[in-house]
Ligand binder design. Structure first.
Ligand code: GDP
Ligand code: MG
Length: 429
């Protein structure tokens, strides 16, 4: 199995702050409260897409940050929410929480989405704190921080392109020339013949995986079951680059070699006969232009195939070959996508939810107390305690929710220290 790995950092947007504001009215010095709430920070999703085949793109950019929510404003205007961010990954990407090394999900289907980091809630403005007992609250919350996660992504690389050909035609040379990254090879039980996968990069958004497949001919002679291994590498392969030595060095004839290998191929698996193939004539540097043209003509006449002459040694024709290979792959993918869409219209949409807590929990730790509960922790974290009414308001909430009572039952009293949402409070009765 070839494994591609990447580490990325994602950060959801922070919520905007709520504001304290009062209407300005001619008749009164202060009108009612009209401070708006902050907007929510954008969430981050991972999304499986077909157009990516590798994780190589994350070498370059590996930090993804969703937009923050905007602060609230007077006249009860809510701040704009931050836009969600969708980070595209290849289908088959397995996502781990890198800090805890916990597997979170397997993005095994196209357009599957994973909510991976939640944006922070916007802080409430003073308008939202108004009630019958509090007509002019000097209260507001600050926006909550968006979640930040370190992720490890893992992808089993499946070759899109298989490079085949007789020994010494230049398969290994070609793969090392065109590939930008050599994936880690894991669990390979090969004795002498290792396949060499490589990620071939066109640009930031386009790449494919090619694997050099040795041993087809070698295996055919002594029949050691190499056919199976050969086929295993071709699991997802949709295109073959069939290399011949166009110079006919070592006394070989490229056309005869091509025919022989095609025969072997079909014997291994008849279905391979219909797989797309690009015929590549390597080592063009060893012959002159006339000879190159003659070989091209021979191929066209006798097989109806277009021969792409290249020289891995000088680089001539290689870039064009890579581009044609990608173009051909893209056509294959598009066709495949269309067929799959027709087959199955509905898409699975999996949203990874973070466990929320209802209610609250009061724990005694030594002579301190810890209060846990989603809502109250959120308030403790976000309320702007520098504002005049904050302490009173918070205490009221503790009372309304029954938290004070529970604290007292557990033995808390005047002067006890209570931790809520990472902040410490001293009880004063
Ligand atoms: P493989 O057995 O198909 O993997 O072939 P290799 O990549 O190992 O190459 C076999 C030999 O051919 C090596 O000595 C290479 O240096 C040489 N070779 C590969 N490509 C070219 C080329 O374009 N021109 C010339 N002159 N030699 C090449
Ligand atoms: Mg080789």
């Amino acid at each position: 199995m070839f494994v591609d790995e990447a580490r990325i950092t994602i950060k959801a947007g922070d919520g905007g702050d709520g504001v304290i504001s009062f209407r300005k009215e001619r008749a009164q010095r202060y009108g009612g409260p009209d401070g708006g709430s902050g907007g929510r920070g954008g969430d981050v999703y991972l999304r499986a897409v077909r157009s990516m085949n590798t994780l190589i793109r994350f070498n370059k950019k590996n930090v993804f940050v969703a937009a923050d929510g905007e602060d609230g404003a007077p006249q009860n205007r809510t701040g704009k929410s931050g836009e969600d961010l969708r980070v595209e990954v290849p289908i088959g990407t397995v996502v781990y929480d890198a800090d805890r090394n916990v597997r979170l999900a397997d993005l095994d289907q196209e357009e599957k989405e994973l909510l991976i980091a939640k944006g922070g809630e916007g802080g409430r403005g003073n308008k939202r704190f108004t009630d019958s007992s509090r007509q002019a609250p000097r209260l507001r919350e600050l926006g909550a921080a968006g979640e930040r996660k370190e992720l490890k992504l893992e992808l089993e690389l499946l070759a899109d392109v298989g490079i085949i050909g007789f020994p010494n035609v230049g398969k290994s040379s070609l793969i090392s020339k065109i590939s930008a990254q050599k994936p880690k090879i894991a669990n390979y039980h090969f004795t002498t013949m290792d396949p060499h996968p490589g990620v071939v990069r066109i640009n930031d958004w386009k790449d494919f995986v090619a694997v050099d497949i040795p041993g087809l001919i070698e295996g055919a002679h002594d029949g050691k079951g190499l056919g199976n291994q050969f086929l295993k590498h071709l699991g997802r392969t949709q295109l073959l680059l069939h290399l011949v030595d166009i110079s006919g060095s070592e006394g070989r004839d490229p056309l005869e070699d091509w025919r022989t290998l095609r025969r072997e191929l079909v014997q291994f698996d008849p279905s391979l006969a219909s797989m797309g193939e690009i015929v590549v004539g390597n080592k063009r540097d060893l012959i002159d232009k006339e000879q190159v043209l003659r070989q091209k003509e021979r191929f066209r006449e006798e097989t109806g195939k277009k021969l792409h002459p290249i020289s891995v040694a000088t680089g001539k024709g290689v870039e064009r070959l890579v581009q044609s290979t990608y173009d051909k792959l893209e056509k294959i993918w598009e066709k495949e996508e269309k067929e799959e869409k027709e087959e199955k219209e509905e898409k699975e949409r999996q949203v990874y939810r973070f466990s929320g807590e209802r209610g609250f929990l009061v724990k005694k730790e030594g002579d301190r107390f810890v209060v846990e509960g989603k809502e109250i922790e959120r308030l403790a974290r976000n309320l702007d305690f520098s504002t005049t009414d904050a302490a009173d308001y918070f205490y009221e909430k503790l009372e309304d929710e029954g938290i004070i009572e529970r604290l007292e039952n557990k033995g808390a009293g005047d002067g006890s220290l209570v931790e809520i949402g990472g902040k410490e409070f001293e009880l004063a009765f």
